[in-house]
Ligand binder design. Structure first.
Ligand SMILES: [Zn+2]
Length: 251
């Protein structure tokens, strides 16, 4: 196995955490864990379980811990499932601490540096501004249309009262306009809600980032486990090197 300096990290991306839905889920989970910490601590937690792939045969590699040496100390590694099942792969197991630390170091250096957090915040606020400009344009249009529809309705009502024509003759048109009015009102409400979501998430993302950064720094593996998928796409272990794939930046 090559020294760690020669392992490879690709590509240089920002996390796709700007997807509001994914972000909200990650945050909810973090809050849940804070409230419920202390439970389920006995089971071994592997930071990268489900993310490690054998570069030699393509099988997934899973975490394994066994007693080892004269002192019977624990030895944890990621092993190729094909090799473990004697299906022919000869790829060596790789020590869990090596890979976990390598990935967390890279994560810290690349994503949780002050510069990257600022970059991410700028990206996010740009995204929010664009969204809010879009919806404020739509809101102006919708308000104008609402005004127009309200005006039409009152002129129909006025026509009936002033000319004395039967309400029956304008009934269908009146209903059409009233349906239209209800639809626009609902749409306006929806636009307002979207704006609120965008406004909340910018601050919340920064808070989450700083919280995550701390977990990475202190090597809190169970907590890191909850958000690692937002940042790491996969880790491929070859016989002589490891390649770490970060999640790409969101378009
Ligand atoms: Zn394999």
């Amino acid at each position: 196995m090559k020294p760690e300096e020669e392992w490879i990290v690709v590509p240089d991306g920002l996390p796709a955490i700007i997807d509001v839905e994914t972000f909200n889920k990650a945050q909810a989970k973090m809050v849940y864990n804070k409230k419920n910490s202390g439970q389920f601590k006995t089971r071994e937690v592997y930071l990268l379980s489900g993310l490690v792939e054998c570069g030699e045969c393509g099988s997934s590699m899973y975490g394994n811990t066994r007693m080892c040496g004269r002192n019977k100390s624990n030895y944890s590694s990621y092993r190729c499932s094909s090799r473990a099942n004697h299906q022919g792969c000869v790829n060596k197991e790789v020590r869990r601490d090596y890979i976990d630390n390598y990935v967390l170091d890279e994560l810290y250096r690349r994503l949780f540096s002050d510069m990257s957090i600022r970059k991410l915040a700028a990206m996010l606020s740009g995204y929010n501004q664009k969204k809010s400009a879009e919806s404020s344009g739509e809101l102006t249009k919708a308000n104008a249309e609402l005004e127009e529809t309200t005006r039409k309705i009152s002129s129909i009502v006025q026509l009936v009262t002033e000319s004395g024509i039967s309400i029956e003759t304008v009934k269908d048109e009146l209903r059409r306009q009233e349906d239209r009015k209800r639809f626009i009102e609902g749409y306006i409400q929806e636009l307002g809600m979207k704006n609120r979501v965008a406004a909340i998430s910018e601050e919340a993302v920064l808070e989450l980032l700083n919280c995550s950064k701390d977990f990475v720094r202190t090597r809190n593996i169970p907590e890191c486990r909850n958000f690692i998928n937002s940042y790491i796409e996969k880790v491929v272990v070859f016989g002589d090197r490891v390649e770490v794939f970060f999640q790409g930046a969101c378009a």
